[in-house]
Design a binder for this molecule. Sequence first.
Ligand code: GAR
Length: 206
Amino acid sequence: MKQIAVLASGRGSNFQAILDALSEGRIDGRVVALFTDNKEAYAIDRANAAGIPVIILNYKDYSSKKEYETELLAAMKAVRVDLFVCAGYMRIIGTEIAREFAGKMINIHPALLPAFAGLHGQRQAVEYGVKIAGCTVHFVDEGLDSGPIILQKSVEVLDDDDEDSLSERILEQEHIAFPEAVSLFCADRLEVSGRHVKILPEANNQ
Ligand code: GAR
């Protein structure tokens, strides 16, 4: 069974979707730690409710990004997990961490990458005037939201959508896509070759 650690900065609804999928047996894994850069994140309450240890590295308490990242890297190495899941983790992953955990770290982004990387993917989609938006689960690499794509789910953008209404509908899809991707990883069903991620068929256990 795969050991998982989650990184989250805020509300943690994607973290919750993964916890729910685990408790319903849709993922063969176990979350052993929550990392957060925000001591006020609601994700902490969710972890407490599920009995998951929380590691708080409050970003504002560090004098530099480098100092924060050095401590985060050490703490991440110490948990010895198979997979790191960035569930609404709102900081750019530093090069050293991305390198250390290449192929073992995934992120959800609220846009159909490579469009609208970075902050406020949903707002960028509304402002650009696209007709289809969505979410992407991808491996983390050294770039900004640029790693190999595992899954994407789309939603239609309606004429009267604003950032909030679109975000809400994308979030519903995130809560489907993210547990699905974690489940595939935990079942060793993701084969990465360059930028391409192939989803392998379910193993026949008979
Ligand atoms: C989600 O929409 C997630 O895709 C987004 O933040 C939200 C977190 O919600 N992540 C990013 O924008 C990362 N660049 P949650 O805390 O309820 O899961």
